[in-house]
Design a protein around this ligand. Structure first.
Ligand code: PFF
Ligand code: NA
Length: 457
């Protein structure tokens, strides 16, 4: 039945391959860099709890919905949305979901690449030995000097974009599957080593733990709730077609429910372990949890600098972070490349080169956000270009895309079609459907409206 189309696109080797690819997309800078620093900015505990609730009630159901759309449609996200809308007797307007996703992917990758460039720079600096034995303050000064230098940032941003383009141009099958199989477990082992260091060497583990898990709701604002929900979308790669694009290669026999839950749990565990490893180091070195985007890049090198074998661990760690970022970045541009090759029979190489150049250019806005354009005269709503891109994509575009995907899977597609794709027991299917039709959309909607109201009032 769907096999003709399946054959045209090719399928993953087996269920594990989808898990690896989706986990490769999900696990990245969002877990290791962004989660700790926004948790620090929003004061810890209560923010983490809202994020976890959002993963369970909003993220997982919508991730299932997005995978269903991808596997049923079997095309690039833009075409999939159009085809599925036609099949469901709905309007052509639904392909806008695909278009918005492509745009969100470009915008996210533009700053993602700059931050991944920091990881490359720190790989180099750790390797040189310059960061060994420094105090937190000294590493902080090193970080500040890096981001103050547009030439250096541009250099590493360029390297990372070229790496992304190389992997994408070769096609996501080759390379991706095997690399994720090796990178992800290694990265996890290294995080566990860091966690061990935090427990044994910092005597601040209790403080780090309670920072993450003691819930003080008096500090919780609607803005924090929006950021927590936005991060749930960002960290699971939801709402922009990345999971839809990967779902298109998923074999019909694989169970979407258990696969998606596996990926979501892996992603969450990596984020929490990263947080548990980082915050004790932050406290032990007298740093501020709310220090912002530099949190990871200052705290960990400080720890590596005082660890036996720290130089080797440090290099390995930043290499792995860079590779984890790479397996996410390729999924950010894949929906666009898949669309261009499908729609215009463009070669992957041409499509990749075109889009990468565009994203690279947008990325210069983020490069300058930390130096030339850091002043107020270059800000909009009190945000730099980087902060604005981060805010608009994670807190608006991804939740909006996810909301529309949930509504599409829950209300527009025929129940029987979705039921067959998900292949769950009736009870579980009904639970998913209630989450997808009502709970998840209401959560997103309420959080949007509350923030809009706050902004206006
Ligand atoms: N999920 C990735 C991370 O946590 O680093 C970021 C990301 C990748 C977001 C792909 C969105 C996406 F489509
Ligand atoms: Na993630």
């Amino acid at each position: 039945m769907g096999d003709q189309k399946t054959a045209a696109l090719g399928t993953w080797a087996n269920r594990w391959t989808f898990i690896l690819a989706a986990a490769g997309s999900a696990i990245g800078l969002g877990n290791i860099w962004k989660f700790p620093f926004i948790t620090g900015e929003y004061g810890g505990g209560a923010f983490v709890l809202v994020y976890l609730v959002c993963i369970a009630l909003v993220g997982i159901p919508i991730m299932m919905a997005e995978t269903v759309l991808g596997r049923h449609g079997r095309h690039s996200p833009i075409v999939t949305m159009r085809e599925l809308a036609r099949e469901s007797d709905a309007g052509r307007g639904w392909s806008l979901v695909g278009w918005m996703g492509v745009l969100a992917g470009f915008l996210i990758l533009s700053f993602y690449s700059v931050i991944a460039g920091w990881a490359l720079a720190f790989t180099w600096d750790m390797g040189s030995g310059d960061l060994m034995g420094l105090t937190g303050e000294q590493v902080g000064a090193h970080f500040d000097a890096l981001v103050a230098n547009p030439m250096q940032l541009t250099f590493w941003h360029t390297i990372f974009m070229v790496l992304t383009a190389l992997v994408i141009a070769r096609g996501i099958h080759k390379g991706l599957e095997n690399s994720v199989r090796v990178i992800m477990p290694l990265l996890f082992v290294l995080l566990i080593v860091l966690l061990g260091y935090s427990i044994v060497e910092t005597d601040q583990f209790g403080r780090g733990f309670s920072f993450l898990f003691s819930f003080d709701f008096s500090k919780l604002t609607w803005e924090a709730v929006l950021a927590a929900m936005g991060h749930a979308f960002f960290t699971l790669s939801l709402g922009m077609g990345a999971i839809m694009a990967y779902g298109a290669y998923m074999p019909k026999s694989a169970s979407i429910g258990s696969t998606v839950i596996t990926v979501a749990v892996l992603d969450t565990v990596v984020a929490l372990v990263a947080g548990l490893a980082i915050f004790p180091i932050v406290f032990a070195n007298g740093m501020e949890p709310g220090a912002g985007p530099g949190l990871l890049f200052v705290s960990l090198p400080t720890a590596f600098g005082h660890m036996p074998g720290g130089q080797v661990f440090g290099v390995l760690f930043f290499v792995l972070v860079s590779l984890a970022a790479l397996s996410s970045s390729i999924s950010l541009i894949e929906p666009a490349v898949a669309w261009a090759t499908e729609r215009f029979s463009m070669s992957r190489l041409v499509a990749t080169s075109l889009f990468s150049a565009l994203v690279w250019l947008i990325g210069m806005g983020t490069v300058f956000s930390f130096n030339l354009w850091s002043g107020e005269e270059y800000q909009l709503f009190g945000m730099t270009v980087f902060e604005l891109l981060d805010f608009v994509t994670a807190n608006i575009m991804l939740p909006l895309g996810g909301l529309l995907i949930a509504i599409f899977a829950g209300w527009v597609m025929k129940r029987s079609v979705v039921y067959k794709e998900l292949n769950l027991s009736l009870g579980r299917f009904n639970l998913w459907r209630a989450l997808c039709r009502v709970i998840a959309p209401v959560c997103v909607f309420v959080i949007f409206v509350a923030n809009l109201y706050k902004a206006i009032a």
